[in-house]
Design a protein around this ligand. Structure first.
Ligand code: UDP
Length: 360
């Protein structure tokens, strides 16, 4: 790798979307980037389609590490990313979000005294039972440069004493907004998902994949029961995550709504921007609902995107069927003015690239 280059470690769907936005801006400024794909998400629907549709630079390494328990997965990634860092000698390692790939990339780098850049730093759910929360906290602590999407994220870091650490904290906005704005035109001209599913704007878009909802059978049953009931009033469409699909059948949970395979980002943009309401336990989708002026019901007890709840765009409903249905009844006809800049209005990646250029 040439001098002053970045090694990006990624592996899961939301990271492809974030990296698509940032990689483009790194290229604009001529910052060399080498991508390592850990393989955490690996097939056509969960990985390849994003690289193709979003023109993400092809990974130089694909580690194909997946379908393992957290420890084994993170451990194998750590071992292999370390070898790559030793070989490539990057100026810094960049990681995104909160997955095992994030933590493995950061840990491998810091132990070799290579600086870590964390994009989407400072988010907290304050629920340590979530694997994502553990990954975020540890990654933030061992990073040299933290790019925070929101004021709340900066405040979380300050509350954890980061002012006393040698860590640079930069509030830059949310790179997912950059991606949503950038790819919408392409989605409008190429996606056929609305025609394929015979949808106009009379539907609810829902996703379920969090471990706290998939591994807890009662939570999953309650959510499916609520979506079945709502589907009798307004069509519910769910691009189903493979983790959730694997669990429904053996547990004999029977959805009555429209289930489709996971879709590419362009199809997802069309579904979100044309829906009447979004219901999800995804982090990214809560914000995408907001970007397109849609209310969201979050199927969790906490969210890291607290500003959405504070402004009434989002409601936390947990995984209780009655609470979810009540939230639906309240939110479906709600009128809210979405005209507020919470996430940097599509300029976050540009800020990140400019900052990195002078920092490297
Ligand atoms: N997404 C997608 N296809 C799908 C479901 C989600 O492209 O079938 C996108 C979604 O629009 C968002 C991202 O994947 O940009 C969110 O990823 P996910 O929900 O897997 O993870 P989280 O955001 O919760 O970390």
């Amino acid at each position: 790798m040439s001098k002053k280059g970045i090694l990006t470690v990624l592996g899961a769907r939301p990271q492809f979307i974030k990296a698509a936005a940032v990689s483009r801006q790194l290229q604009v400024l001529g910052i060399p980037e080498t991508i390592v794909h850990t393989g955490q998400h690996f097939d056509e629907n969960m990985s390849d389609v994003f690289f193709r549709e979003m023109s993400i630079p092809a990974p130089a390494y694909n580690l194909n590490i997946n379908n393992l328990n957290h420890g084994a997965m993170t451990g194998r990634m750590l071992e292999q990313v370390e070898e790559i860092i030793l070989k490539e000698k990057p100026s810094a390692v960049m990681v995104y979000g909160d997955t095992n790939s994030t933590l493995a990339g950061a840990l491998a780098a810091v132990k070799l005294h290579v600086r870590v850049v964390h994009v989407e730093a400072g988010l907290r759910s304050f629920n340590m039972a979530m694997p994502e929360e553990v990954n975020r906290i540890l990654t933030d602590r061992i990073s040299s440069l933290l790019f925070c999407p929101t004021d709340a994220a900066v405040a979380n870091l300050k509350a954890e004493g980061f002012d006393g650490f040698k860590t640079q904290i930069v509030k830059c906005g949310d790179v997912m907004q950059d991606a949503a704005y950038f790819y919408l035109d392409k989605a409008k001209s190429s996606s056929k998902i609305l025609e394929r599913l015979e949808l106009r704007s009379d539907f609810i878009l829902a996703t379920i994949h969090r471990q706290e909802n998939t591994d807890d059978t009662n939570n999953l049953k309650q959510i499916i029961e609520a979506l079945n009931r709502i589907n009798r009033k307004l069509r519910v469409v769910v691009p189903l995550h493979p983790r959730t699909r694997k669990i429904l059948e053996p547990k004999r949970i029977k959805p009555e709504f429209t289930i489709i395979d996971p879709v590419g980002y362009l199809d997802m943009l069309m579904l979100t921007s044309n829906s009447k309401l979004v219901m999800t336990d995804s982090g990214g989708l809560q914000k995408e609902a907001f970007f397109f002026g849609k209310h969201c019901i979050t199927l969790r007890e906490q969210t890291e995107w607290v500003e959405l709840v504070e402004h009434g765009f989002n409601r936390l409903a947990g995984a209780n069927a009655e609470a979810i249905y009540n939230a639906f009844s309240e939110m479906i006809n709600k009128k809210t003015n979405f005209d507020i800049d919470l996430y940097g209005n599509g300029k976050a990646s540009e800020r990140i690239a400019h900052y990195i250029k002078q920092w490297l």
